[in-house]
Design a protein around this ligand. Structure first.
Ligand SMILES: [Fe+2]
Ligand SMILES: [Fe+2]
Length: 472
């Protein structure tokens, strides 16, 4: 089932059989391209970028690699193949047949879930738009643009669902998605993390490591949805998302490698002096992005999440790994701030604490990556260790928001917190030093900025010094 890339909107959803829907999406398409040109990557729009484009939805051979100018990228609509007689795997509707249409009583909730996911996709493109000018290599520049065009495609995936299943309201939402802007004071994106500035490439790799990884867990949860078109759409997005996570995790690994090598050579352990990034600064960026991304999983106690779970709208990542898919009677013990500024154990019905299950899986996945980076540091002969801050640290949403915790998760006073904040989060001076290393793009094939090690391999079997971006 190869996809026809010459179609106006490449798709595997039989758009030709639904002329009204096709016309609506064809009317949205030029607005989308307008948006891309206006707030997508700054510069490079006429460059030939070695990008992959989805041409199938199978496990193998689903992508085609070739040079393409970004505004001409073939953004399309692809759903994973349907699973015959699929049933819902969780909640009060467990074992009932999955829905092929939107159930009337869940229309508002499903629309909200889809719009919230959709909004993050263009937001990240906007956040990353200025990074091309500071790229550490052609390899990295190409990866940035690959991530950007695929986030654009994820927007297409969600806008298709809105147009196809939500009528007029859905079309209005599709237009609104192109009207909000990351970081705008009057029309911001919906979630805080997606309004935060991504100013340098350390931010970018932290973003693709931690924020795209939140995306992965959200998509895994939505891939469980009883609403089958949403589930299938998210399944295929996960295939593309894997590369974004690779970019983040290996990007940090390569930075850490260079930092460790340089730190070991300098008698004062000063990496910046030799064109690399100090490891404690990397730790502070990590603290910032990890804590911000934990907020994306929502409150520790959430009646919305409980409702979505009970109704079969949004499950947990890899729901099949849980023993109890209904969670009607279970309880979970949470340690929450009590009246007297102490943490107290509180028993909460498991459904109300369902966000904690997703957050747990996310934290485990992040811990695995941190262990990998620490191995890289050890291999360079250094004893420094990176670590994830505690889940209570620096939270703006949920039960810990409004309280102060150190990175070990201990409750502290606001005065103590203010005194230590620069040890725990990037200071303006940290940011200035990182930016001091990133003042221009490195555009000679095979050349890399001083603060990052080259990757082990290139993309699509190409060598590391391949000309991943060609300028006119
Ligand atoms: Fe995405
Ligand atoms: Fe992504």
């Amino acid at each position: 089932m190869a996809i026809d890339l010459s179609a106006k909107i490449p798709n595997n959803v039989d758009l030709d059989r639904d002329p009204k829907l096709r016309r609506a999406l064809e009317a949205w398409q030029p607005k989308y391209v307008e948006w891309w040109k206006e707030v997508g990557p700054v510069g490079f729009q006429t460059a030939d970028v070695y990008l992959r484009t989805a041409v199938d939805v199978g496990a193998q051979g689903w992508a085609n690699f070739d040079y393409v100018k970004m505004p001409e990228y073939r953004w399309g609509i692809f759903l994973a193949r349907p699973e015959p007689d699929r049933t819902i795997g969780f909640g009060d509707v467990a074992d009932e047949p999955a829905w092929q249409e939107v159930p009337g009583e869940h229309r508002a909730a499903l629309r909200r879930l889809i719009v919230t996911q959709a909004d993050t996709e263009p937001a990240s493109v906007e956040q990353q738009r200025r990074l091309g000018a500071l790229a550490p290599s052609l390899y990295d520049l190409r990866n940035l643009f690959q991530v950007n065009v695929e986030e654009g495609r994820h927007l297409w995936a969600m806008v298709y669902l809105l147009h196809r299943y939500f009528g007029r309201d859905g079309r209005d939402e599709g237009d609104e998605l192109l009207a909000r802007r990351a970081g705008s004071p009057d029309k911001p994106r919906m979630l805080t993390t997606f309004n935060d500035p991504v100013e340098d490439w350390l931010d970018f790799f932290m973003f693709t490591m931690f924020t795209d990884r939140d995306g992965k867990f959200q998509l895994l949860s939505l891939a469980e949805s009883g609403f089958d078109p949403l589930a299938r759409s998210c399944q295929f997005m996960l295939t593309e998302e894997a590369h974004h996570l690779f970019v983040g995790e290996t990007g940090i690994d390569r930075i850490v490698q260079r930092s460790a090598e340089i730190t070991r050579l300098d008698s004062n352990g000063d990496a910046f002096r030799h064109g690399a990034i100090d490891l404690p600064v990397i730790q502070r960026y990590l603290n910032l992005w990890f804590s911000s991304c934990l907020d994306l999983f929502g409150g520790e106690v959430s009646s919305n999440a409980a409702t979505y779970f009970a109704a079969g709208l949004k499950g947990r990542p890899h729901e099949e790994k849980y023993v109890d898919h209904v969670e009607r009677d279970d309880i979970r013990t949470l340690h929450l701030p009590g009246d007297s500024e102490r943490l107290v154990a509180k028993e909460v019905p498991a459904r109300l604490a369902i966000n904690e299950d997703a957050r747990d899986s996310y934290i485990r996945d992040c811990e695995r990556a941190v262990a990998r980076w620490n191995k890289t540091i050890r291999n360079a002969g250094l004893s420094f260790e990176l670590s994830l801050p505690h889940r209570r640290f620096h939270r703006m949403i949920g039960e810990y928001a409004g309280h102060y915790f150190n990175p070990d998760g201990e409750l502290i006073t606001s005065a103590e917190y203010r005194l230590r904040a620069d040890d725990w989060l990037p200071s303006p001076s940290d940011r200035a030093k990182v930016r001091g290393l990133q003042t221009r793009a490195i555009t000679r094939p095979g050349q890399f900025a001083s603060w990052i090690a080259p990757p082990l391999r290139g993309i699509d079997g190409r060598p590391v010094d391949f000309e991943y971006v060609r300028f006119d």
